[in-house]
Structures are given as structure tokens and as C-alpha cells.
Design a protein around this ligand. Sequence first.
Ligand code: F6P
Length: 369
Amino acid sequence: MPTKLIKRIAISTGGGDAPGLNAVIRATVLSALSRGWECFGIRDGFNGMMKPEDYPEGGVFKLSRETVRGITHLGGTILGTTNRGNPLHYPVTQPDGSVIEVDRTGDLVEIFRQRRLDALISVGGDGSMAIAHALAQKGLRVVGVPKTIDNDLAGTEATFGFDTAVTFATECLDRLHTTAASHNRVMVVEVMGRYAGWIALHSGIAGSADVILIPEIPYRIDSVIEKINLRGGEGRNFSIVVVAEGAKPTGGAPSVISKEIGRAERLGGIGAIIADEIHARTGKETRLVVLGHLLRGGTPTASDRLLALRFGAAAVRALDEGSTGIMVALAPPEVRYVPLYEATKRMKVVSLESDTVRAARDLGICFGD
Ligand code: F6P
């Protein structure tokens, strides 16, 4: 049990945004206030603390009941977020102009101490959980809240944002079906999912895709062409192909747009590659739709709002109970706590033996293998 009583906590949102972040913030603030604690928001991940000079209006600000009023249903995050300036790999420009990465988590813990902040609730994906783990190891009281539309964080059954992304992608697939059928076209739909194909898999099944390509199952283009031709032979001259951005051919690598120091590689382009190959090999008219960041925006579904609110409240409860170095996690029907390192040591990828993948195969969906 920590020796010092909690009076002031901070919350930060890091990495790519996901619908439900504002609901977490609201639940955190209301749960903290009801315990008589003060709650502070850090702007743009940890940048508000580490680069205060960039925030003349204050990189850390007090969150009141008024600040979080009416935000449960809003996408984005009122705190701002970033995937630059990771304190574990902080970019520092050297006198010769080169850039090196340094670990600044020790400095961050010291800033918390100077600001008399007793604990942190860190909301984010794998990157944010790794930072949270490092901060906890250096003595800061930290509770993580898992967020990502990709649903690839280990230790939790689900992350908020995923259901909203799948619901939207499914609606897009429904819409694309009618236009694909009317024109006898192949529609290739690229969705997010860098390490794991959860969005492609779930929306592809729910939206009756014919082909689903995910990072976990390297694809052979021959197999995709075969499926499209087979459908043609049965008189169905259109097809829907859902591709996760991290999908890769057998023996190949994911399609990378760019790589910057201190950031994960930007993926993209695999949908275009596949659409071109399908057109070249089948002669069919092919169109590409990249859903990209549309999947991250918009109002969270009821299910994501509920999960986010439960996570925020559970994170405060965990701090109140004296926990640190843990992440709140969904283990249906409960929200439980898991050690932060469990969430950071591996990604949660689609199991090829899962009933979901087997159901898709039974429905005749091709995975390109
Ligand atoms: O982690 C969520 C995610 O949506 C990934 O699927 C994607 O690769 C990444 O974010 C893109 O993030 P950004 O464009 O914000 O760098």
C-alpha cells in the first residue's frame, strides 16, 4: 500500500485518438472529485509537461465538473493527443544536427513530484502502456487505461474505440455492396490495423466480405484471384475485399509510407497494391476505398461509451485501493486489473484457431492463404 494519501491526480491521453477517450476523462474526473481529489489534464500526451514553453495557456490544467460536462458522446479528446515526443524515446537534436533518442521518464517523474501530483492515469495504446510501466517502475503511482481502435492490446478482452470502428466499417461495406453489385466491380476496402486484423476480420464478417486479408495470415494473390474468379463463375460478378493496413504477402513485408525517428512506421498503400493486382489479373473494374482515419472519428457507440466510462471509474478506484503499475482490463463480465507489463510484452493478435476465423472460413470467406 502506498504510504501517502492521494490528493491530486493527473490524466493524459496518448497515441492515436479513439472514440471513447472523452468518456474516460469524464469518468476519471467525476470519480476523483467524488473522493475529494483534484484532477489535472496534461495536454497532448506528456508534451504539456515536458515542453511547457509550447503551452503559454498551461500545459497542465485543472479539470472540473464543468470541463467534462456533455463530453461522453464526443469523439477525440479534450486533452489533445500525440504520437510524437514519447518520453521513452525522446528525440534530442545533437550539435551536429543529428537526432538521438533518450529516455526521459526519470525527468517526467521528477516533474510530477515538483507539481505535487500524486498519481497518473495514462490512457493509451501499447506505446502509452510502455511509458506508464517505465514511470511506475521509477516510483510514480500509475494506472493504465487501454485504448486503441485496433484492439491489439494484450491483457484485455477489448479496448474502447474498437466497436465504433467496426460498426462504421461495417456500414461502409453495406453501402459498397450495392454500388459494387450495380457496376460488377471489385471493391477493395483498406482499414486500419497495423499489427492485428481485428477491424478487418470483424467488419469483414459482419459486412459479408468475400476476401479478408489480415497481418496474421500472409496472403497469396493467386488465392484472392481464384476466389474472385470462382464468384464470377457462379454468376456473381462483384466482390468485396477487406484489407488491413498491415496485411502482407507471403514472404513479404507490410507496405510502409514513411518512418520518422521516435515514431512507429506509417503504414498504408497495401489496398492500392492489391486493387492493381486484381485489375491486372482479372480485367475487372476495381475501385479502392481507404477508410483510414474515418475509423477513428465520430461518436462512440453505446458499447464503447460504457466500456470507457467503466474503465475511467475503475482506474480511479484502483488508485484509491492503493494499486499501481497496473492496467484496467475487460475480463467479461468484470473490469479487472492486470500488471502493466502484461499489456506491453506482446500484442493481442487474431488467433487462427478462433471460432471467429473458423466461422468466416465456414461462410466461404477467403483469407488469401
Ligand atoms: O493505432 C491505431 C492506428 O489507427 C493504427 O492502425 C494506424 O497505423 C495508426 O493508428 C495511424 O496513426 P497516425 O496516422 O495518427 O500516425
